[in-house]
Design a protein around this ligand. Structure first.
Ligand code: HEM
Length: 888
């Protein structure tokens, strides 16, 4: 009976729907190191799976080296991954997964998006690329382990040990540790040292995946024995449904004819074709046709000639699968001499489908050869195989019984592919669940735990601080947090945060914050929205361009060096207080530097700390309560007015002079917008100068204090920092030219920003805003809703940063950092409100830190616990008490 294998099962998409494809069809990206159409089980399996998936209504894109025939057209389902011409391994092109190749693969992946699942079939260059793009784009990853690479290397490589070590090292260098999600080495198993090396590589690749598929149970067991934990499923290969539908009729066999044996496959050592030749040579009464090609072909041909076996043994070369099935229809038995290598053997499945009995010798293959459909030799030697052939010649009824046992034993590919689709769907479902399903209405949004009637979540937030925030991502993509009685919607995924940052969710305003600070700062960029915000950002940009920053850095380095020189070593120092004083000094010194501005600058430094504290308190209080704080309000109004007046006078002098003092104010005064020809008014300039102090000082100082705290409490980091600063800065003074070379310190700063990044950003919906997309579902929040997000939450989410509570600067090493999800890098915000002062802040922190470490060895002092205080949008350490020892 021919199986009607392509009949869909319930829940499976059928044919394309009129005018389009079924809405639940999947798009699978398959990655393989073998070009399509090349000889061998993996390439055949990938091709069969692709066609079965397409037949079931799904879409497949295959990433593989270009077909070996340069004339062959590249089909639309294929992305040809570039491989160096000169490099080939065992006759196959070898793809080196360099950054350039990765970028090319990635851009094609994005062009063909959305991709639901990445399915990798090999363990070399293309496979590594598959694992990388899956992880970077958070696409579920399936890895099929098809082959015994260990045996392959042992039997085919001229220098097995060296090849195995080379492969392991290469794989290790190319797959970053972040991809090795399950960890672990290789368990002790009795095997050669070469095999062990190769297993390291095989398991490293398998461990990148969410689910590993093995074609047989015995291979799945072997993977486990070697130490692979995690989710391993067994899904057998199959035979293409179209081929099954057109199987050739079996030819009749007369008793007088010799026994016709067939051997198919790669004529290469790991398949042991010599055993077949030897067994046939020693057993009269049978012939052998060999289909295939490979590096042992010539050797076998010579042997056949030498022993005068041409009449009995024919080498017929390679053919396509239809040719193989036709040959099977003409043969009496398949001779399958591979032992300890094949994990399944696709040719065994084809033989079963063709009703061809098998003579084999590997007990592991009992799982693949249908019961009764084969005769197994006592051991893999040629003598034992010959003994089975002799037995068949003596008792032909055995073959007839085997043929009967094979009737209806075909394994259609589509049946197996349905099992694989089940796995894909599970993973897609899990990934969606991980991202959380979107509530449909605002009232369905789950609430954060710990809400107290009338006080909302304020109590639990105050009590638990940042711990409260970190857990909320697990609740869902949007979580309700009540600020007192006012509900706010906390968005927890980078994708949704981007919809806010890029305003694709809708418009937002910050009228509340504007009102809370309007006496001091009226209309600065952080409270403007829409087109006015865009234009202000354009007008401000020249003040923070690289050329200007280089000039500010000279000022900063000089101030930092002076400060470091003046630090005391006789008594403990609180580096948190020091950081705030130093950053206030450095940031304000870049604002205006003309002599006549000195008094105004002093006023800024005196007044701003208190005013900023007030802005935060006023922003957190409801307007009626805010108005009741009469004394504080009066002082706020008075100090703000004096400050604005003092800065206003400086602005007017700058305008009248028209001189560039190398500071921010010179740029702002001289600026006119290219598009509109409009410059900034005095009031607008005052607003922006004060915003730079408000937005820049507290956050930069807090991150700087955390850098010093983290370095002081991590001796390993501390010694690496000290070595680098010694090498780059020496005795000092620190200079902006050093910035480029402070690579390790830069990673320390990046990790501190991840560890202690801003914990809150808040805005108000200006009209209805809609979060989500087709995949997650959509949630519309009404006009006036408070929408918040927390960079800190995402920066501590293990989905984006492995082991997030560990301070690990090396996660920013280029090879590891490239696997991080860029969308989750939120320390400086995202989209239109992305921090314009980021480069300035990082250079300032680097220069100040280099100035400190070039003069001092910093040792923690006292055991007082350091707590993060969340009164500003970047948490500040409560104190960083240290003792300083002069370095020289
Ligand atoms: C390590 C230090 C810093 C961190 C972590 C930081 C972080 C941020 C973040 C997350 C935002 C976006 C807030 C939002 O969602 O609205 C932001 C905005 C802003 N930052 Fe920074 N910042 C830092 C230093 C600075 C410095 C030194 C300056 C000034 C020179 C500055 C100027 C601004 C301004 C003007 C905005 C408002 C942008 C707008 O709304 O268009 N920041 N910053």
């Amino acid at each position: 009976m021919r199986p009607d294998s392509a009949t869909p099962e319930p829940g499976e998409p059928t044919a394309p729907e009129p005018g389009g494809m079924p809405h639940d069809r999947l798009h699978i990206a398959m990655f393989t190191d073998f070009p399509p159409g090349s000889l061998g089980g993996i390439s055949t399996a990938v091709d069969d799976q692709r066609r079965a998936l397409e037949r079931l209504g799904h879409r497949v894109t295959v990433f593989a080296p270009a077909p070996t025939d340069p004339e062959a057209a590249v089909p639309t389902w294929l992305v040809a991954v570039p491989a160096p011409r000169a490099l080939s391994v065992n006759g196959f092109p070898f793809v080196v997964p360099t950054r350039g190749v990765l970028a090319a693969v990635e851009s094609e992946l994005i062009r063909r998006a959305p991709i639901d699942v990445v399915h990798v079939h090999t363990t070399y260059g293309v496979a590594i690329l598959g694992a990388k793009v899956a992880r970077r784009h958070r696409i579920p990853l399936v890895q099929t382990m098809h082959s015994r690479d260990d045996v392959f290397v042992e039997r085919t490589s001229p220098a097995p040990w060296a090849s195995a070590v080379g492969m392991r090292i290469l794989h290790r260098c190319l797959v970053s540790p972040r991809l090795l999600t399950h960890g672990g080495g290789v368990a002790r198993v009795a095997e050669s040292r070469t095999a062990r090396q190769v297993w390291h590589m095989m398991l490293a690749q398998a461990r990148t995946a969410d689910v590993v598929i093995a074609p047989t149970q015995h291979f799945a067991d072997r993977l486990r024995r070697h130490g692979l934990s995690g989710d391993i499923r067994v899904v057998s290969g199959g035979v293409d449904d179209d081929l099954l539908a057109t199987l050739p009729q079996r030819s009749a066999h007369s008793h007088d004819d010799p026994l016709r044996l067939l051997w198919c496959g790669r004529i290469s050592a790991e398949k042991r074709p010599m055993v077949a030749v030897e067994a046939v040579a020693s057993t009269p009464g049978c012939t052998l046709d060999i289909l295939g090609s490979g590096d042992q072909e010539h050797h076998i041909r010579t042997l056949v000639d030498e022993f005068g076996l041409r009449q009995r043994i024919r080498l017929l070369g390679s053919t396509d699968r239809a040719g193989v099935l036709a040959a099977m229809a003409d043969a009496d038995a398949l001779l399958f001499t591979s032992a300890g290598f094949d994990t399944q053997g696709l040719v065994l499945l084809e033989a079963a489908a063709a009703g061809l009995p098998v003579i084999y010798c590997d007990p592991d293959l009992d799982e693949t050869v249908p019961t009764g459909g084969g005769l197994r030799a006592a051991d893999p030697s040629a003598d034992s195989v010959a003994a089975v052939i002799a037995a068949v010649l003596a008792y032909p009824a055995r073959l007839a019984a085997a043929r009967d046992a094979l009737s209806d034993k075909a394994v259609p590919q589509s049946r197996m592919t349905r099992q694989t689709i089940g796995i894909y769907r599970e993973l897609v479902g899990t990934e969606r669940l991980r991202r959380g399903s979107m509530p449909v209405r605002p009232e369905d949004v789950p609430s954060a735990p710990g809400r107290v009637p009338g006080l909302g979540h304020s109590v639990v937030a105050l009590r638990q601080g940042l711990h409260f925030i970190v857990g909320l991502g697990r609740i869902g993509p949007v979580v309700r947090v009540d600020l007192g009685t006012r509900p706010a919607y906390l968005v927890t995924t980078p994708e949704l945060i981007r919809q806010i940052g890029f305003r694709t969710a809708g418009e937002f305003h910050r009228a509340d914050l504007q009102e809370a600070m309007h006496e001091a700062i009226r209309e600065a960029s952080n409270v403007l929205s829409g087109r006015r915000h865009e234009m202000r950002r354009r007008q401000m940009a020249p003040a923070l361009r690289a050329r200007r920053l280089a000039r500010y850095a000279v000022t900063t380095a000089a101030i930092a060096d002076d400060w470091s020189r003046g630090l005391p070593h006789e008594r403990p120092v609180d580096l948190r207080t020091e950081a705030h004083g130093l950053i206030l000094q450095t940031v304000t010194s870049t604002l205006f530097r003309a002599d006549f501005g000195a008094d105004a600058l002093d006023r800024v430094r005196e007044t701003v700390p208190w005013l900023l504290g007030e802005v935060i308190i006023r922003g957190a209080l409801p307007a009626p309560v805010r108005r009741m704080r009469m004394r504080a309000n009066r002082r706020f109004a008075r100090d703000s007015a004096m400050l604005r007046e003092a800065i206003g006078a400086v602005v007017r002098r700058y305008r009248s002079q028209g001189v560039d003092h190398g500071d921010v104010l010179s740029v702002l005064v001289g600026h006119t917008d290219e598009d509109t020809g409009i410059g900034l008014s005095d009031d607008e300039i005052i607003d922006e100068l004060l915003l730079m102090v408000a937005a820049g000082v507290g956050s930069t100082a807090s991150i700087l204090a955390w850098v010093w705290y983290e370095v002081a409490r991590n001796p390993h980091v501390s010694s690496l920092v000290a070595q680098e600063v010694e090498r780059v800065v020496g005795e000092g003074p620190v200079h902006p030219d050093h910035l480029e070379q402070l690579t390790y310190l830069r990673r320390v700063v990046a990790e501190t920003l991840r560890m202690w990044g801003p914990w809150i950003s808040s805005q108000t919906a200006d009209g209805p805003v809609t979060l989500g997309d087709d995949e997650t579902g959509r949630l519309t929040l009404p006009d006036g809703s408070t929408v918040i997000y927390s960079p800190y939450l995402v920066l501590h989410d293990p989905r984006f940063y492995t082991d997030p509570e560990t301070f690990d600067p090396d996660r920013w090493q280029p090879d590891r950092a490239e696997d991080l999800d860029r969308k989750a890098d939120l320390a400086f915000g995202v989209g239109e409100r992305h921090c314009p002062g980021n480069t300035f802040a990082i250079s300032t922190i680097l220069l100040c830190s280099a100035a400190l470490y070039s003069r001092w060895t910093v040792r923690p002092a006292g055991r007082r616990r350091v707590r993060p205080s969340t009164t500003d949008f970047v948490a500040a350490p409560s104190q960083v008490r240290v003792r300083l020892e002069p370095r020289r």
